[in-house]
Design a protein around this ligand. Structure first.
Ligand SMILES: Nc1nc2c(ncn2[C@@H]2O[C@H](COP(=O)(O)OP(=O)(O)OP(=O)(O)O)[C@@H](O)[C@H]2O)c(=O)[nH]1
Ligand SMILES: [Mg+2]
Length: 323
């Protein structure tokens, strides 16, 4: 059984999370799966033109040229080896290969780790407007619901209003927040915040950073300094550094991811605004380029719309047309 049939069967009865994926990826699915279907109805048997069109569909859905070329080659090889000519079977193989393309690139991890006597420190980075602050609020909400003691740190001292925005979230969520003055050194705000989190025996402290695009050298120095001072207060911290990428920025998001991966050690990616794009393939492109796991996915504006990334649910959302 190919993956499409497997997923159809697996998600025949949708739970709430699958429903969120299904809804959040509706635009991408309409685009991708309907193109696949259209293609397979136009051809009786696959040929070179079919594979060319398939490749174009992949590229148009933002999976990245590299990934698209590799996948097509694999599908083509399998088709030749096994003499498969049926377009629908080829599309099944394509989705299988997309699964393997993600899964074989490295670890699959989602939830944050927690420790007995030490807070988990999560540093959140990314360019302007990608959804850092709201994602932080959603993550805080998630772990508060799991019974964790969560604290926020507003180390974006650069943009006017950034601290206030995070403070509003902390108040809504009923949790503590550490702030600094406008233009204060972000590292010193981070240090004070983490120290307080440790004293207050928090389980999780999430540090918001400024989203400005600087030169690589500056960005590297600033992030290195923030990490260094946090590590002074808590050994091994920050244990996690998440890069937030806006799915609607397409291949530009991949460029951002590479730039950040060059200057700092990323432990995870969060893809936001998946509901706002019809090209949901960016997750495959980023994984292909960086190998870093996608940990969470933003499928809408509500708190529950941030979900842990699940490869099955994602491919179901992208590729499986609902009857
Ligand atoms: N539809 C949708 N909107 C989202 C999602 N995630 C974030 N947003 C919206 O994106 C906008 C920007 O979010 P912020 O969290 O302020 O972004 P930021 O990265 O902190 O921005 P700066 O602090 O200016 O760098 C807000 O209007 C959010 O509601 C998502 O998954 N889906
Ligand atoms: Mg922000």
């Amino acid at each position: 059984m190919g993956l499409i049939s497997f997923l159809k069967d697996k998600f025949k009865k949708k739970d709430a999370v699958t429903e969120t994926y299904s809804k959040g990826m509706e635009r991408s699915r309409k685009n991708f799966s309907s193109k696949l279907k259209n293609l397979s109805t136009r051809y009786k048997e696959v040929n070179q033109d079919y594979f060319d069109e398939l490749e174009e569909i992949l590229i148009e859905s933002d999976v990245g040229i590299n990934f698209a070329l590799n996948i097509i080659e694999e599908v083509l090889n399998k088709s030749e080896e096994e003499g498969i000519k049926d377009p629908e079977k080829i599309n099944e193989i394509l989705v299988d290969k997309m699964f393997v393309g993600y899964a074989s690139k490295g670890d699959i991890v989602n939830e944050l780790p927690f420790y007995e006597n030490t807070p988990t420190v999560l540093l959140v980075v990314g360019v302007n407007g990608v959804g850092k602050t709201t994602t932080i609020a959603k993550l805080a909400y998630r772990y508060i619901k799991q019974g964790k003691k969560v604290m926020l740190v507003a180390a974006d001292t650069f943009r006017a209003g950034a601290t206030e925005q995070l403070t509003v979230w902390a108040e809504r969520l009923g949790i503590d927040i550490a702030t600094g003055k406008q233009d204060a050194d972000p590292a010193s705000v981070a240090y004070d915040g983490v120290k307080k989190a440790k004293e207050n025996k928090c389980d999780l402290v999430i540090v918001d950073t400024a989203g400005r695009l600087q030169t690589k050298a500056n960005l590297m120095a600033e992030l290195a300094k923030i990490k260094r001072v946090i590590g002074k207060e808590i050994e091994g911290a920050p244990q996690e550094t998440f890069l937030i990428i806006d799915a609607t920025t397409g291949q530009n998001g991949v460029v951002q991811a590479k730039a950040f991966a060059d200057v700092t050690n990323l432990t995870g990616i969060v893809i936001t605004k998946m509901d706002g794009t019809s090209k949901g393939g960016i997750i495959l492109a980023i994984r292909d380029e960086l190998g870093v796991p996608v940990r969470f996915i933003g499928l809408g504006e509500k708190m529950e719309d941030l979900q842990e990334f699940d490869l099955d649910k994602y491919l179901y959302g992208l590729c499986v047309e609902e009857d």
